[in-house]
Design a protein around this ligand. Structure first.
Ligand code: ADP
Length: 186
């Protein structure tokens, strides 16, 4: 069975870091839609020009654009044994599209990291990315509760979600993620 994973959580939950570590340990690619978009902006591609303003204000890029980016990435042969998705799906239409992309490829397991709101704000302020100023952070958190949290419910109904406490040292969280995945794949 391929190891198809979705790392889920609010901005600042540490899912990018945990996704990196998990992917490296298990020799599968990490697919971060935020990284893909930031690279497109940096390279000045057509998509990059299209999404630049959206990222700056903390809104979501349109589902069509995101779905085609991920569809193309999942066609690459390095995803055959599995992958870690970080930052996708973020809306119900994206989740439905992912289901279709994964027909006959095994479903996904979802790792959801829960972090206190004040910790999230502290971590983001520390990180200091271009979209990490106070106003944009507030917008991204609002978008998360409105558009992205329902995705968790979508997967919960299917019984594929493991919720983990992200307010702990990185190594502890990593160990819990491994244990959870092992349980699911026995
Ligand atoms: P964070 O984990 O801090 O929220 P990301 O790097 O995942 O940051 O995403 C940064 C920005 O990229 C988002 O605020 C959004 O504008 C855009 N983005 C990334 N992934 C998606 C997606 N799946 N759908 C829509 N927009 C996205």
């Amino acid at each position: 069975m391929p190891l198809n994973l979705v790392f889920f959580g609010p901005p600042g939950a540490g899912k990018g870091t945990q996704a990196d570590r998990f992917a490296a340990r298990h020799h599968i690619p990490k697919i971060s839609t935020g990284d893909i978009l930031r690279k497109a902006i940096q390279d000045g591609t057509r998509v990059g020009q299209l999404v630049r303003a959206t990222l700056q204000c903390g809104s979501l890029v349109g589902d069509d654009v995101m779905i085609s980016i991920v569809a193309e990435r999942l066609e690459q042969p390095d995803t055959a044994n599995g992958f870690v998705l970080d930052g996708f799906p973020r809306t119900i239409p994206q989740a439905a599209a992912l289901d279709e992309l994964l027909t006959d490829r095994g479903g996904v397991s979802v790792i959801a990291l829960v972090v206190h709101a004040d910790e999230v704000v502290r971590r983001l302020a520390e990180r200091g990315r271009e979209d990490d100023d106070a106003f944009v952070i507030r917008e991204r958190l609002a978008v998360y509760s409105r558009d992205t949290e329902p995705v968790l419910e979508y997967y919960r109904r299917r019984g594929v979600v493991t919720v983990l406490d992200g307010n702990r040292p990185l190594d502890e969280v990593s160990a819990d993620i491994d244990a959870a995945i092992k349980r699911k794949n026995v």
